[in-house]
Design a protein around this ligand. Structure first.
Ligand SMILES: Cc1cc2nc3c(=O)[nH]c(=O)nc-3n(C[C@H](O)[C@H](O)[C@H](O)COP(=O)(O)OP(=O)(O)OC[C@H]3O[C@@H](n4cnc5c(N)ncnc54)[C@H](O)[C@@H]3O)c2cc1C
Length: 411
C-alpha cells in the first residue's frame, strides 16, 4: 500500500558523484574481506526483492502514530541466521562477526527498513544477554529475537534521568524471594510490541548514585505494567511505561544484583559504532544527490561543491564507524574513539537535510501522507527524525564530554 500520489519507487543509492567511487560501503571504504563482501551481496540480494521495496514504501507512508513492529523482512533475515549474524548458531545467529552485523544494519537501512527494533532487540538487549545473561535467559530469549519473532525493548530513561542515568528513581523493593518494581520510564520505543524489556532499577539505597542499580528482564505483559504512547514528531512514537508493583524474581536479574551501573557503562558503548546513524544519513544524502542530478544541479558548482564536501564528510564518518566495528570484531572496543565516531556521524544529518532543502526547495517538506511528495516524503520524514540523531544512544554533548575527559584528559 502506498500513500495516494506517492511515487512507486523507493530511492536506492545508485548514483555517484564524479570521482567519489563507492559511497555506500559496498566494499572499498569498509575494506571488506572477500567473505564479508559476498555476505553483503547476499543480504542486498535478499533485500532487493520487490516485496521488501513495497514494504519500505508502505512504512514510509504510514500516517503519524502508526509504526512498524514485527516485519516479515526481519523474519526472512532471521530464517537464514542473518538478523543477528554475529550470534552463535545455537542462539539463532550464524557465528559470524561484527562486520557482518554492521553489514546487515547498513543494508536494512539502505532498503528503507526502520532500524529501531533491530537496535533495541539485537544490538542492545541481545548483547547484554549474550555477555552476562544466564543460560536459561539466553535459551528463552535469544532465538526468538534472532528469528525476528519477538521484540525486546530498553527501559533506562526516566523523566528526571536521561543523560545521567545515575539519577534513576525506579525502585525494586524486596518482596519475599524477589522484588516489586515501582517507577516510570519515558522515551522508550516499541514497548507496546515488546515481550520483554531490559529495565534498570534501584535495588539498594546508597549515598553514591551509581551504586545499588540492578538490571532486570521485565516481562512487558505482566500485571502492573502500563504502556502509554507519547506522541513524537518522528513517525515512531515514544512510550511512557509505568510499573506499579510488578513482581520480579531472581531469574529476571541480568548480571549481578547491584552491578547495573557497571554493565550499562561497559556494554552500552559497544552499541555505539555510529554505523546506524551513518547509514541513515547516507541514504538521505544519496537521495539528495539523485535529486540534484535529476534537476541538472550537479553541473552548477554552487550545488556541486557543497554536495561533494558533504559526501567526503560522510565517507570520513563511514570510515570512523567501521573502525569501531573492526575494534569490536577484534575484542578491543575503545570508548573514546566510539564516542568520536558517534558524535561525528550524528552531526552530519543536519547539513544533509539542509542541503536537501536547498536542492529540492519546498517540495522537500511535503509529507508522505499528504500525497505528491517526491520520493515518498523521505526527506520530510528525515527532517522530523534528524534531531534524534544527536540525542539517541548518548547525546552529542555527552559524547564531547567523554572525549574531553577520557580522551584528552581535560576537566
Ligand atoms: C530516537 C530515540 C530513541 C530512544 N529510545 C530509547 C529507548 O528505547 N529506551 C530508553 O530508555 N531511552 C530511549 N531514548 C532516550 C534517550 O536515551 C535520551 O533522550 C537521552 O539519554 C537524553 O536524555 P534526555 O532526553 O532526558 O535529555 P537530558 O539528559 O535532559 O539532556 C538535555 C540536553 O542537555 C544536554 N546535557 C545533559 N547533560 C549534560 C552535561 N553533563 N553536559 C553538557 N550537556 C548536557 C544533553 O546533551 C541534551 O542536549 C531515546 C531517545 C531518542 C531520541
Amino acid at each position: 500500500m502506498s500513500a495516494p500520489g506517492a511515487p512507486t519507487r523507493t530511492p536506492a543509492p545508485t548514483g555517484s558523484l564524479p570521482g567519489t567511487g563507492t559511497r555506500t560501503g559496498a566494499g572499498t571504504l569498509a575494506g571488506l574481506s572477500a567473505g564479508e563482501a559476498a555476505f553483503r551481496h547476499q543480504v542486498r540480494e535478499l533485500l532487493a526483492d520487490d516485496s521488501v521495496r513495497r514494504l519500505a514504501e508502505e512504512i514510509a507512508a504510514y500516517p503519524p502514530g502508526v509504526e512498524a513492529a514485527h516485519l516479515d523482512v526481519r523474519r526472512r533475515l532471521g530464517e537464514r541466521g542473518w538478523l543477528a549474524p554475529n550470534w552463535p548458531e545455537e542462539y539463532g545467529g550464524s557465528g559470524l562477526g561484527a562486520a557482518e552485523a554492521a553489514i546487515v544494519t547498513e543494508e536494512m537501512t539502505r532498503a528503507g527498513i526502520p532500524d529501531d527494533v533491530h537496535v533495541l532487540s539485537i544490538d542492545i538487549v541481545g548483547r547484554f544477554l549474550l555477555e552476562v545473561g544466564t543460560e536459561e535467559q539466553k535459551k528463552r530469549h535469544l532465538p526468538p529475537l534472532a528469528a525476528g519473532e519477538e521484540i525486546a525493548t530498553v527501559l533506562f530513561t526516566e523523566p528526571e534521568a536521561g543523560s545521567d542515568l545515575s539519577g534513576l528513581r525506579t525502585t525494586a523493593r524486596p518482596d519475599g524471594d524477589g522484588w516489586r518494581l515501582y517507577g516510570r520510564k519515558i522515551y522508550n520505543m516499541k514497548s507496546l510490541y515488546g515481550e520483554v524489556a531490559l529495565c534498570a532499577a534501584r535495588t539498594t539505597d546508597s549515598p553514591v548514585a551509581m551504586h545499588g542499580i540492578t538490571l532486570f528482564l521485565l516481562p512487558l505483559r505482566s500485571p502492573g505494567v502500563h504502556v502509554e504512547p507519547v506522541p513524537a514528531m518522528c513517525n515512531d512514537r515514544f512510550n511512557l511505561v509505568v510499573m506499579d508493583g510488578v513482581r520480579l524474581t531472581g531469574a529476571d536479574v541480568v548480571g549481578e544484583v547491584d552491578d547495573g551501573w557497571r554493565l550499562m557503562t561497559e556494554l552500552l558503548q559497544l552499541e555505539r559504532t555510529g554505523i546506524d546513524f551513518h547509514a541513515k544519513a547516507r541514504r538521505l544524502l544519496d537521495l539528495v544527490i539523485e535529486r540534484a542530478a535529476a534537476g541538472g544541479r550537479l553541473d552548477d558548482p554552487a550545488y556541486a561543491l557543497p554536495i561533494a564536501a558533504l559526501d567526503a564528510r560522510l565517507n570520513a564518518g563511514h570510515a570512523m564507524a567501521w573502525e569501531q566495528v573492526r575494534r569490536l570484531g577484534a575484542g578491543r572496543p575503545d570508548p573514546v574513539s566510539s564516542a568520536m565516531a558517534k558524535w561525528y556521524v550524528s552531526e552530519q544529518i543536519r547539513p544533509v537535510l539542509e542541503t536537501g532543502l536547498e536542492v529540492g526547495g519546498l517540495d522537500g517538506v511535503l509529507t508522505a501522507w499528504d500525497g505528491g511528495a517526491p520520493d515518498g516524503g523521505l526527506l520530510e520524514a528525515g527532517i522530523r527524525l534528524g534531531p534524534s540523531h544527536r540525542l539517541a544512544s548518548g547525546t552529542s554533548e555527552v559524547m564531547l564530554y567523554l572525549i574531553a575527559t577520557n580522551g584528552l584528559g581535560l576537566l
